[in-house]
Design a protein around this ligand. Structure first.
Ligand SMILES: Cc1cc2nc3c(=O)[nH]c(=O)nc-3n(C[C@H](O)[C@H](O)[C@H](O)COP(=O)(O)OP(=O)(O)OC[C@H]3O[C@@H](n4cnc5c(N)ncnc54)[C@H](O)[C@@H]3O)c2cc1C
Length: 574
């Protein structure tokens, strides 16, 4: 049986940063990723990464405390403040570390790291590399990984590219390893480890209208959920205000940070008429702008009752070429318009999963030796609504913390645990996969997936209410039943992407169920969770985290307190 001191599941920013930190502590690590690490969704991040560097000082000072306050306020006071303080205090160090590793950040005229305004701050706090920030960051970290691999003589860092983790194995509340499938050969193996770090990204593909990559299925958090680890705050789903009409491709918040306007069908900048976004207009937090776009369209001021315009023309060709070249390329490639000449048709779409694997500010879960970081984790720094630019920061800061803590934990462990449990689990996984391959039912996986996406898009969207959520819950239950009748077109072992799709679909369904159950129970509106039947925030009953436990009969809910330090909950007014 293969053994690694620490296994990192996920090769995105959080996973790579965690693996670097494990290695810095002279502990052996392996990274398992279902795609090549450079194809992780992190590579698609566009607009920026927040840190209070004050590189655009114009009479406004910035520091970790201001950044922390904006984050907590943006989260509608659901964020855990100990974690937010940790993240904002570490932000500048992590950015300078990336700079020293060669990250090609855009620069100010004086040669400092350039920053642009993103939601929540109202002034420049997001560091960026044009509109390809995730690409620059991910390649910087991957170079560190490659450099380390080349420098080390022993097998201190092993990369399992294109391996899918199907199970997390826990023995007496201690994590002992994972079961994973080599997608190319179809071999299924048990891998023993004294610590496992989950860094498996977001779950956006439970929706159809989403900016997320096809790989962001939800299975990454379903695996620990199935093993008994609770998911936290799954009802909080971020809808990004600006996705390209008909394509769902993100038009970064950087477009508005650079000065872009949102226009209705009368050519007016309409956000100012809504009380909650009057001051910050286009750079108010995302939940507020997304709701106001939908309200504007519903009131008859959209185009074709379905979209509004993002206007960049006044920024001029030079600025668009320099600061938003990727946005221009996407618009020209996908809808044939040049944003320096025509406004961009946009509408809101699913973008980010605020909820995830329940863990604390040390990235520790309730299971010993199991850690989580990045979008799959709910630490929780984003609470009910994430600020633009804070997710990339979250991956880097908490990837580092998870790696450090996992390395320290394994250094104190003696003896070998879990081999029998891993072997038993391996046998069960093989039996389950064999059953799927031999199933003669009549259900097509793609039909179930499309139906799930439609339910989530129409009934668990920006505006929610009890009756639509109840319907969504019943319909998802029915899909879970139909899943047992699924039939594969091909049951061979090598590169069976149909089989991978079916395994992931189970994750889609169960994660969607957790999201709906959390949303149905939470009878208030907070951040991105807006209930038309309970339009007010209700701190006396709902200033608490939702915990979702997996059971054979569906999601069981529980609750846990929010960590509050110096930022006392107040009404969120802008
Ligand atoms: C289009 C877009 C633009 C964005 N722009 C910004 C931005 O400008 N600023 C910002 O702060 N945030 C942005 N975000 C959000 C941010 O990019 C993500 O939250 C962040 O990059 C997630 O990183 P991660 O390391 O947690 O996960 P990912 O980068 O998604 O990586 C997940 C990894 O897990 C692996 N994996 C998953 N499940 C399994 C499994 N079962 N077995 C094996 N491997 C598995 C995958 O192979 C992958 O390597 C953007 C998001 C999108 C979609």
């Amino acid at each position: 049986m293969k053994y690694h001191d620490v296994i990192v599941v996920g090769g995105g920013l959080a996973g790579l940063r965690a693996a670097i930190e494990v290695n810095r502590h002279n502990v052996k690590a392996a990274i398992i990723s279902k795609v090549h690490p450079l194809r992780s969704h992190s590579v698609a991040a566009q607009g920026g990464i927040n840190a209070p560097l004050e590189n655009h000082f114009r009479g406004i000072y910035d520091n970790w405390e201001k950044h922390a306050f904006d984050t907590v306020k943006g989260s509608d006071y659901l964020a855990d403040q100990d974690a937010v303080i940790r993240m904002t205090k570490d932000a500048a160090d992590r950015i300078y570390e990336l700079e020293h590793w060669g990250c090609p950040f855009s620069r100010t005229a004086e040669g400092r790291i350039a920053q642009r305004p993103f939601g929540g701050a109202g002034f420049p706090r997001a560091c960026y590399a044009a509109d390809k920030t995730g690409h620059a960051l991910l390649h910087t970290l991957y170079q560190q990984i490659i450099q380390f691999k080349q420098a080390s003589e022993r097998e201190e860092l092993v990369l399992y590219d294109e391996w899918l983790v199907t199970d997390l194995v826990i023995e007496e509340d201690v994590c002992v390893g994972v079961i994973a499938m080599d997608i190319i050969s179809g071999e299924i193996e048990a891998l023993r480890a004294n610590a496992v770090i989950f860094a498996t990204g977001g779950s956006g593909r439970i929706y159809g209208n989403t900016t997320n990559a096809l790989i962001n299925t939800g299975m990454g958090i379903a695996v620990p959920y199935w093993a008994g680890v609770p998911l936290k705050d799954m009802e909080f789903i971020q809808f990004h205000p600006t996705t390209l009409l008909g394509k769902n491709i993100l038009m970064t918040e950087g477009c508005r940070g650079e000065g872009g306007f949102l226009l209705n069908n009368k050519g007016e900048r309409f956000l100012g008429k809504y009380d909650d976004s009057r001051k910050d207009m286009e750079i108010a937090p995302r939940d507020i702008i997304a709701r106001n776009i939908v309200k504007e369209i519903t009131a008859g001021y959209g185009y074709d009752d379905s979209y509004v315009l993002l206007d960049l023309r006044h920024l001029g060709k030079d600025k668009i070429f320099q600061r938003l070249p990727g946005i221009r390329d996407i618009c020209m490639e996908f809808i044939g318009i040049d944003p320096s000449e025509s406004p961009i048709p946009i509408k809101p779409g699913q973008h980010y999963t605020m909820g995830g694997i329940d863990c604390n500010a040390e990235c520790e879960t309730k299971i010993k030796g199991l850690y989580a970081a990045g979008e799959c984790a709910c630490i929780s720094v984003h609470g009910a609504n994430r600020l633009g630019g804070n997710s990339l920061l979250d991956t880097i800061v908490f990837g580092t913390i998870a790696g450090r803590n996992a390395a320290k934990y394994v250094q104190n462990i003696r003896g070998e645990k879990g081999e029998k449990r891993l072997n038993d689990n391996l046998k069960l996984t093989k039996q389950n996969i064999d059953k799927i391959c031999k199933s003669t039912g009549g259900e097509k996986p793609v039909t179930i997936k499309n139906e799930l996406n439609k339910i989530m898009d129409t009934k668990v969207g920006i505006f929610r209410d009890a009756s639509a959520l109840r319907e969504a819950a019943c319909e998802i239950k029915a899909l879970q039943e139909r899943y047992h009748q699924i039939k594969l077109d091909y049951s061979g072992t090598r590169v069976n992407l149909g089989l991978i799709w079916v395994l992931e679909l189970k994750g889609n369904l169960d994660v969607a169920e957790a999201c709906v159950m959390g949303a149905m129970a939470r009878e208030e509106s907070r951040g991105a969770h807006f209930r038309t039947d309970f339009p007010k925030r209700d701190d006396s009953n709902w200033l608490k985290h939702t915990l979702c436990y997996f059971t054979k009969d569906g999601t069981r809910l529980d609750y846990s307190p929010v960590n509050i330090k110096q930022f006392v909950p107040r009404e969120r007014k802008y």
